[in-house]
Write a protein that binds this ligand. Sequence first.
Ligand code: ARG
Length: 469
Amino acid sequence: MTEKLWDGRFAEKTHHSVEAYTSSIAVDRRLYAYDIAGSVAHCRMLAKTGIISEETALTLVEGLGTIRREIDRGKFTFDDSLEDIHMHIEARLLQLVGKAAQELHTARSRNDQVALDVRMYLRQETADIIRGLTALRSAILEVAKNHMDVILPGYTHLQRAQPVLLSHHLMAYFEMFSRDAARLLDLMPRINVMPLGAAALAGTTYPIDRHYVAELLDFPSVSDNSMDAVADRDFVLEFLSAAAICMIHFSRLSEELILWASAEFRYIDLADAFSTGSSIMPQKKNPDISELTRGKTGRVTGNLVSLLMLMKSLPMAYNRDMQEDKEPLFDSVDTLKACIDIHIRMLPTITFNRETMMTAAARGYLNATDLADYLVNEGMPFRKAHSVVGQVVAHGIEKGLEIHEIPLKDLKTFSKLIKKDVFTLLTPESMVNRRSSFGGTSAANVWEAISRADARLSADLERIPEFRS
Ligand code: ARG
């Protein structure tokens, strides 16, 4: 058993079951690069302020570099008895450079150290996710551009409502993922706050220079309150919330793709490379990616709820409970990244069945509103028109005819205002293109929306920060 770095006041050795129970190394080892970068900056600051000698700092920085290479290359031994990544690195430093290592933790605590590591990790992952969302949005944009001639029924209550351009439907997802990216961009300045130097909770008696550490680690700001610095996980909660909302968008998209791929809809065919088979039914081609995405949404939402529950009763400042923040965080990061990645690959491979969608859009009285609008144009108040068209639809259902299949003379029995020119308005193309109010589904509108979307993508790409460490 390794000696503890904190065992001065303990008469008894820690029970091995306690070590297994309290250890977080299996989870937090992935923070090692940030932990080392943070320690290097801390050393430099300690030397600059004269708290440790330049020589000691040099030894420590070199030792930390060696450890970084050891872990990078898988040549580092992890051991439960050393609790967490911070202890592992410090203990190894002691082996490598001897007593100089005892000075590393001056003016610092694991409480501010872990807050720093998580912030450095999360700002990097958040930037990567925003970049991924940009690629996803550009994939959606491409599919939209390439399918401007496809019309399908738009639904409300999952009942056919009015025809829309497939591109308009897809651009709705572009909007959702744009808000997801915007949420993460907005969150960035709240992640990107430097907590080191808060020490355990109250600050430190040493003449440290926190702003210098912030500069070295490329942080634009330093936490104002030492207690908040170690107790705050709002930035993780905000990230988990943004991740859950983003997964909800994926889940809704998945639900549609699953429906659309069914024999009942047949709106799309999934590429073989992005579907899976059944172990028993040879004919099956399953939309497993979409189903799993829908399923993973539960876990990512659960991660948000986990951390909310974890934080809700914690008194100030740091509490060990907070060690449990990393599993949900890492899981949401990994899941969301995987989900973005697979959709960037899968979306362009979907075949949209233009004819099936068009046929569906042409049946089911989707032109009823347009007939009502026609009557309003001819001078009838909308409520009256609504009721007249309701009677036309009832008649059509009885005769087995769509509105545009009912002979003009029969239509006229419902209202004399109906004339021959009505039929040109009742086709899906006309219905789509006449919806030209800003944000509506007309082709001209959608092309404009697409070109605005192109510009928004480039603007967002410019806003993604890059970090020196
Ligand atoms: N492993 C701990 C965590 O992730 C590091 C901080 C531990 N601090 C302490 N006082 N035991 O939260």
